[in-house]
Each structure stands twice: as structure tokens, then as C-alpha cells.
Write a protein that binds this ligand. Structure first.
Ligand code: NZQ
Ligand code: ZN
Length: 388
């Protein structure tokens, strides 16, 4: 096991009706906020009114910026930075999913940066003070509600890139599973694929002697899959929604990654896909993860057999670990199919037109991606081919 430091500043406020506390929680930090949200779901669900009323009850001044698109764009981030500077705002309240939260994080990182915010996504470190932010989460998926990461797309060249800093973890996050009842089934499933991918990125490591985190990963994966199938039957099952929301947070608050180096190639490859095709991140992952697994499984047959056995209860064939490993990959694909996600590029109507371009762009800013197995242009192309 590796040495590690673990600190997470996010206070989690979890459960029914917790969004009504947003005013009193914000008041602890600010008298004025940038209220940041997406394309309108919070208006049709009634959440917008609840948030505004709760903030007004505490006499908190509100400046609004809506319109965040899934796969959030840097142009709106630049607009948010200008609004914060002009109005002397130093606290952002993000109400929505990973896209809204990431857009808020990028604004928080950009306000005190003396240059264009995109620099922070292509190599410039964040070593200045970021604004504080908080969230009311409406979709369990990206884990951005407690993570230090932030992913933004630049319309100029369609580059989707990430940055991160410990102070970009929200100061508090409100998680009410009831707010997720209004999600379309497809978005619920995309979120489930994303949280599964966050665990698998950490699970496939070269680190030895990481038994506890292996088992925590396996338990979280089983919990997600069991409750996803319960939601298939009843989308308004509060307890299943609660398990999924908690799992999405646990999957990416990095507790499952302590003492080990995760892989993350699949995320980087998927970001090329959603950068160009604007596909939902989770749907991109349900396509790319099985393809990546098929490409790398021989690197550590024992780990892949362990995955098959402990997550999917597949018997280990000691005379043929490869067979067990492949059964595990197939079981993951079958699960994605059960929750109606694509597992091939063709299922998302994507052909091979851009696979060379995406493979090249993947390493435009780095030597390689991935730690379990290093992936460069040539390997990425093979993975895209396995995903066709
Ligand atoms: O925009 P609105 O109208 O709000 O609609 C959203 C959006 O269309 C809708 N939605 C959200 N909550 C809803 C709802 N519709 C009805 N009822 C609700 N309660 O769902 C759609 C998707 O929302 P989005 O925020 O894009 O989803 P998600 O949370 O999956 O976020 C995806 C983004 O997060 C990034 C991804 O790359 C992608 O850009 N990620 C961020 C990470 C991080 N910061 O740590 C890590 C992840 O790996 C991921 O890369
Ligand atoms: Zn993700």
C-alpha cells in the first residue's frame, strides 16, 4: 500500500427535504451568491423556487447564471467569472448535476486567476485562492459534489479537459434522493455507469496489498448494481434512490482510492468521445469501459478473475483464469444492457469516422494516459476498434 494523505472538506447534508436548509447553510459563509444552474430542469421540478425562497428567507442576495449544458462549456465559465468579478461575489451555489457543479468549480478557480481560465485545464497549476462553492445535487453520477476535480469542454477545438484542487471540493453538498425522482431513466442509468466507472478506475491498479479498498470497491459496486435493478422496477423507490445517491458520492470522494494509484485511461478516452460527439459521459463510459477491459485484461488475470468472482459471483476456473476474466467483462456488459445503456459505439450511432482523430487528441497534452496499463495513440485506436 502507498503512503497517502486524505482530507475532504465537504460537509454532506443527506436526506429528505434537506434542500430547505440551503439558506441557513449558505448564510454561514456569505450574504451574496452566484446561483448557478443548468438548462431548466430545476424550474420544472419546482426546486428553483424552493432554493430562491430559502435564500431570500436569510436575506441572501442572489445573482443568477443558468444555462449550463451537459458537458459544460468554457464560454459560460468565462461569463460567470466576469459576473463574479463585477458583483464582488465570493460564493457560488451550484444547483444541478456534475455539469453545473463543474462549471461552478471552474468559475471558482478562474475569478482570482490572472489569465484565461482555460490555462488551468491544460497544464497551469492552481496556486491561487479559489472561491468557495456549495451544491444541491440533482443527479447522482459524476461525484463532483465531493470531488476535487472539474471537467470542462472548450468549444474551440472540442477539447474536454480536467483540472483539480483540494479547495475545489464544495464546502457543503445537499443530497436529497427525492430530488432524483424526476430524472429520465436514461440519465439515471448514465449516472450509474459513471459511478461504476469511478470505482473501476481505482480498482484496476498495480498496487499490491490493498485488500480493504478492494473489498470496499466490490461492496460499493454490488450495492449500485442491486439497487439499479430495483430502480428498473420502481423508479420512486426512496431507499434504492438513497443507496444510489450515497454510492455515487462514495465512488468518487476518493476514499476508495487511498493507498493505491488508479488507472483513469477510460475516463480520458471517454472525454474524447463526449468532447466530439456530445454524448452523455455515462453512456460513453458504458461503451469504452468494456472495450478497455478487453484490451488490458491479460495484464493482470488474477485481478480480473477476482473482479468476476467477487462482484458477479462467477466461479474461478483455476485452470483457466482467462475464461473467468472474460466472463466478468461479459457480466458487466450484460448489466449495462439491463439498464438500457449502449455498450458499442454503433449503439450510439457512432461509426469509425473520428477514431484516429480521437486517439491522436487523447495524447495531445500528455505522453500517455492510464497507470494500470499505459495507453498511447496506437493502443487507444485498438480500444476504439474493440468498441465499434
Ligand atoms: O441541465 P438540466 O436542465 O438541469 O438537465 C440535466 C441534464 O440535461 C438533467 N437533470 C439533472 N438533474 C435532473 C435532471 N433532469 C430531471 N430531473 C433532475 N433531478 O440531466 C442531464 C445531465 O446532467 P449533467 O449534470 O450533465 O450530468 P452528470 O452529473 O452526469 O455530469 C456529467 C458531467 O460531469 C463530468 C462529466 O465529464 C460531464 O461533463 N464529470 C465530472 C467529474 C468531477 N468533477 O469529479 C468526474 C466525472 O468523471 C465526470 O467526468
Ligand atoms: Zn466519470
Amino acid at each position: 500500500m502507498r503512503n497517502f494523505n486524505y482530507k475532504n472538506q465537504t460537509e454532506i447534508i443527506f436526506g429528505k427535504d434537506t434542500e430547505s436548509k440551503v439558506g441557513t447553510e449558505v448564510k454561514k459563509y456569505a450574504n451574496k451568491v452566484l446561483l448557478h444552474y443548468g438548462g431548466g430542469s430545476i424550474k420544472f421540478t419546482g426546486l428553483y423556487d424552493k432554493i430562491v425562497n430559502s435564500l431570500k428567507n436569510e436575506n441572501i442576495e442572489i445573482v443568477e447564471l443558468g444555462g449550463v449544458k451537459p458537458n459544460p462549456r468554457v464560454s459560460l465559465v468565462r461569463e460567470g467569472i466576469e459576473i463574479c468579478r463585477k458583483n464582488n461575489i465570493d460564493f457560488i451555489l451550484a444547483v444541478g448535476g456534475g455539469s453545473v457543479i463543474d462549471s461552478a468549480k471552474a468559475i471558482a478557480a478562474g475569478v482570482n486567476y490572472n489569465g484565461d481560465v482555460w490555462d488551468l485545464f491544460i497544464g497551469t497549476d492552481i496556486n491561487h485562492t479559489c472561491l468557495k462553492l456549495a451544491t444541491v445535487l440533482t443527479i447522482p453520477a459524476a461525484g463532483s459534489e465531493t470531488s476535487s476535480g472539474c471537467v470542462i469542454t472548450n468549444e474551440d477545438g472540442l477539447y474536454k479537459r480536467s483540472t483539480g484542487h483540494p479547495t475545489l471540493r464544495p464546502i457543503f453538498s445537499i443530497l436529497n434522493p427525492e430530488l432524483t425522482y424526476t430524472l429520465p431513466k436514461y440519465q439515471t442509468s448514465c449516472g450509474i455507469a459513471d459511478m461504476i466507472a469511478h470505482i473501476l478506475e481505482r480498482y484496476f491498479t498495480n498496487e499490491k496489498y490493498v485488500d480493504l479498498t478492494d473489498r470496499l470497491c466490490e461492496a460499493t459496486l454490488k450495492t449500485i448494481m442491486e439497487n439499479a435493478l430495483r430502480l428498473n422496477n420502481n423508479p420512486n423507490d426512496y431507499n434504492a434512490r438513497a443507496e444510489i445517491m450515497l454510492s455515487g458520492m462514495v465512488a468518487h470522494n476518493d476514499w476508495l482510492g487511498i493507498g493505491r494509484l488508479g488507472d483513469w485511461a477510460t475516463h480520458d478516452i471517454e472525454h474524447e468521445l463526449s468532447g466530439i460527439y456530445d454524448i452523455a459521459h455515462g453512456a460513453g463510459l458504458s461503451i469504452i469501459f468494456p472495450a478497455w477491459m478487453k484490451y488490458v485484461y491479460k495484464h493482470d488475470l488474477n485481478r480480473f478473475a477476482q473482479f468476476a468472482n467477487r462482484v458477479f459471483d462467477i466461479d474461478i476456473n483455476l485452470n483457466n483464469l482467462e475464461e473467468t476474466a472474460l466472463k466478468g467483462i461479459e457480466a458487466l456488459e450484460n448489466f449495462f444492457t439491463k439498464i438500457e445503456l449502449p455498450t458499442r459505439l454503433s449503439h450510439a450511432n457512432i461509426n469509425d469516422d473520428h477514431i484516429e482523430e480521437m486517439s491522436k487528441k487523447l495524447v495531445a497534452h500528455y505522453d500517455h494516459v492510464g497507470n494500470f496499463v499505459e495507453i498511447r495513440e496506437k493502443e487507444a485506436l485498438e480500444i476504439f476498434k474493440l468498441a465499434l
